[in-house]
Ligand binder design. Structure first.
Ligand code: LMR
Length: 394
């Protein structure tokens, strides 16, 4: 039967990661996959995570199964980090998932159960894997305008116009902060207008928040998610710990289904647990355990926050350095958007040919839509990138 299988399209980001590994040039620069690298090019383990791991090694007495939703203490801790006290804990059904991707996948599965004919509105562009998973699940997608190629900011007028077509039973997928792949984000007034529209149309928001703490700070980055969750009757939230706790390969995520009707809690929580059981049974525990330990210990939490803040500030510094360098080389302000964008990524607006030339002639790897991982840069590679960007004619 395997003869019936067809070759599947390669994931663009992961294919690029492989192409980078295969490139023998030692001057190559990886600005592809969304992984933070420090000034020496390493992806470090957070100090607090390492310490939690040591402690847990001493304390752990069993590897027996946890619950289907993972340890409730993890859900409490991460729901607290994302939502603060914006909604009562009793209104949040939550299960641990394998990373943020797992949370997205489970969220889409729940949408399909709750609203089989529902369409999912996706920003144009969005993280390619959103599209790939939705397509794999045969769910109907409706793109909405998001990125303005001229200003490299949000096309808010276009976005609102397109979202007006949503109705009750549809889902609007939003990025809580640090939009991937563009780096262009809504301000809080615009978020409020989106909320008003959600209430008017009756559509349900699903928020993917994978970069909390990488943009304007832990609370500022969660502000929009908190506002949405406290304003609409129901929403889904897919949170990831891959980046802000640096535990990419340990796969820790959380799917939350928030409802302002406590009577729905039991069935919502049960549905999420059921979906975990159908798709992979128990979620991985190790990464979630470390996150719980860090968030529930004052000293570890403070140290983690301090390190995360250093990373955030270093990315902002790199953005400023790159924008300044490009201002100098181009004699114009047309790259000023780099300093305005937030999070790991910025979409440069280079053509596919320019992206290809950057890779072929300069050993600089970015995703084909010209998404640059700012966190893959350092002080020395910024001028090299700026120089190449001007040389290829961006
Ligand atoms: C990215 O967008 O590069 C990251 O979210 C990693 C991934 O899985 O694609």
């Amino acid at each position: 039967m395997f003869e019936n299988l067809k070759e599947q399209p390669a994931d663009k980001i992961l294919a690029l990661m492989q192409a980078f590994r295969d490139d023998p040039r030692d001057t190559k620069i990886d600005l592809g996959v969304g992984v933070y690298k420090d000034a020496t090019g390493k992806t470090p383990i957070f100090r607090a995570i390492k310490e939690a791991e040591k402690r847990w090694w001493g304390e752990e007495q069993t590897k027996a199964y946890t619950g289907l939703g993972g340890d409730p203490a993890y859900a409490d801790a991460l729901a607290g980090l994302v939502l603060g006290d914006a909604v009562p804990r009793a209104n949040i059904a939550a299960v641990a998932t394998p990373g943020g991707t797992g949370a997205c996948r489970q969220g889409f599965d729940m949408i399909r159960m709750a609203s089989p004919d529902g369409r999912v509105f996706v920003s144009n562009p969005t993280w390619p894997n959103h599209l790939s998973i939705l397509k794999h699940m045969a769910m109907e997608m409706v793109p909405y305008r998001y990125f303005d190629d001229d200003t490299r900011g949000v096309d808010f007028g276009g976005m609102m116009e397109d979202l007006k077509a949503a109705k009750a039973g549809d889902v609007i997928l939003l990025h809580g902060c640090c939009h991937n792949p563009t780096g262009a984000n809504l301000n809080i007034t615009q978020w409020q207008a989106v909320i008003d529209l959600l209430i008017e149309t009756g559509a349900t928001p699903m928020i993917d928040i994978a970069y909390q703490g990488f943009g304007d700070g832990l609370d500022a980055d969660a502000a929009a998610t908190r506002l949405v969750a406290s304003s609409v009757p129901e929403c889904l939230i897919a949170a990831s710990c891959s980046k802000n706790f640096g535990i990419y390969r340990d796969r820790a995520g959380l799917l939350m289904a928030v409802s302002n009707d406590p009577a729905k809690h039991k069935v919502t929580q049960g549905t999420l647990a059921y979906l975990n059981r159908q798709n992979y049974s128990f979620p991985p525990d190790h990464g979630a355990r470390l996150v719980t330990l860090v968030l529930n210990d004052d000293a570890l939490r403070a140290d983690w926050q301090a390190e995360l803040e250093e990373i955030r500030l270093s990315m902002l510094g790199l953005r400023d350095q790159l924008a300044n360098e490009l201002r100098r080389l181009s004699g114009s302000d047309r790259f000023g958007f780099i300093a305005q964008h937030r999070g790991m990524f910025s979409r440069f607006g280079a053509t596919p040919e320019q992206v290809e030339s950057l890779r072929r002639d300069h050993g600089i790897y970015m995703v084909g839509d010209s998404r640059v991982n700012i966190a893959g840069l350092n002080k020395d590679s910024v001028p090299i990138l700026a120089d190449a960007v001007i040389k290829v004619g961006v």
